[in-house]
Design a protein around this ligand. Structure first.
Ligand code: EPU
Length: 352
């Protein structure tokens, strides 16, 4: 295994931010991983684990060790009458796993087509799109504890998956290296096409949702028409999370009151009842605010950074931007949304 010094990370983060890591190493196997845990550079430095780099914003050079997860492999563990368990290694490209499932006609992750990043990053933030989330299909996660080098299997419950959230983003942050993920998929039709834009697209195109491939193709088309391709323009998908009026923290009465107050002032505000909460699309909130009165952030550009013209949740690097420039824009957006709506935006990307 080779440790590189002052390694350029520009191509390893989809924002395309030009930063470097003091040390850098690639891990290709479990043997590599065990070796890694014993290296002095590993023991003596702070470290981060990187997959596709599609959910990270580097604001400065990383003064530690970056470990790139390159462990590959997808296999069917066991298949019963209606169910199938698939294990994928953390360094696999997430979309390749989706394609594997779709080609075998296994249901469960077709709505998650084309989400950038790796399999290992999927449970970190409980990836989700078009009405589906990883937690609907996750069986378990295999991970190595960094401090001890001991392997542990996390059941789905132990992963504490929430909206774009997990135990690995919170109390176990940077404490585990995700080795592999096992999913429980269905061999029997189990479609999930209730998400408005997906349903409308299928109806409009008279597409039968009778196999995962049709749904996957539809999702891919919708994504590509709305979200910028990081190969062309630097971005990390949604920069912010959607806003939830949570009953747990506010109490049911307060949620109702807050929503009513907002709707009184902004009758067109979209909102969705989800489980026990009310979701307000952050993209809409951002679109209603802007750098000056009567302007919108959506499509706004300042120097090398901007807000995507088709999806206000996505911040972009037009080329040559620094992480600080992006953070400055993000902070201005957050402040304007707070001032106008009294709601707090929270970044979805990991800021390093
Ligand atoms: N909206 C606007 N303006 C915008 C964007 C959205 O008004 O610029 C409003 C509209 O009311 C729209 C609603 O937001 O109907 C929902 O929009 P969309 O379907 O595009 O979804 P989203 O809530 O903005 C979330 C995920 C995306 C995922 C889509 C589709 C988060 C933070 N983002 O966005 O995930 O692709 O749903 O399921 O939850 C990502 O995580 O990187 C990501 C792209």
């Amino acid at each position: 295994m080779k440790i590189s010094k002052n390694y350029d990370l520009t191509k390893l983060n989809t924002f395309g931010i030009s930063v470097s890591a003091k040390f850098f190493i690639e891990v290709h196997s479990e043997t590599d991983l065990k070796e890694l845990f014993n290296l002095p550079e590993f023991k003596q430095n702070k470290k981060i684990f990187l997959g596709g780099g599609s959910n990270v914003l580097f604001t400065k050079n990383f003064d530690g060790l970056v470990v790139l997860n390159k462990l590959k492999g997808i296999k069917i563990l066991k298949a019963g009458k209606g169910l199938v368990f698939i294990k994928a290694m953390g360094g696999e490209i997430w979309h390749n796993l989706v394609m594997f499932a779709v080609n075998h006609e296994y249901w469960g992750i077709e709505n998650l087509s084309l989400i950038p990043g790796t399999v290992g990053a999927a449970p970190m933030q409980n990836i989700g799109a078009y009405g589906a989330e990883l937690r609907n299909v996750l069986e378990n996660v295999e991970a190595y504890e960094v401090a001890t080098g001991v392997k542990r299997i996390f059941s789905k419950e132990e992963c504490e998956l929430g909206y774009r959230d997990s135990v690995f983003k919170n109390k176990l942050k940077n404490k585990y290296f995700i080795l592999a993920v096992t999913l429980k998929l269905s061999k029997i039709e189990k479609k999930n096409i209730s998400y408005k834009v997906l349903k409308e697209y299928l109806e409009k195109n008279k597409t039968e949702a009778n196999n995962p491939k049709n749904i996957s193709d539809a999702v891919a088309f919708i994504r590509q028409s709305k979200l910028p391709d990081p190969k062309i323009i630097g971005n990390a998908g949604s920069f912010f999370k959607n806003v939830f009026l949570a009953r747990r923290s506010l109490g049911e009465g307060e949620v109702k009151k807050k929503l009513e107050k907002l709707l009184e002032k902004y009758p067109d505000m979209p909102y969705f009842k989800e489980d026990e909460t009310i979701k307000i699309p952050a993209g809409w909130l951002i679109e209603q605010c802007g750098p000056a009165n009567g302007t919108s952030w959506k499509g706004h550009r300042v120097g090398n950074v901007g807000v995507h013209e088709k999806q206000a949740l996505v911040l972009v690097n037009y080329g040559g931007a620094t992480g600080e420039e992006l953070m400055e824009l993000a902070n201005k957006i957050t402040t304007s949304v707070r001032e106008k709506f009294g709601l707090e935006l929270v970044p979805e990307v990991n800021i390093v």
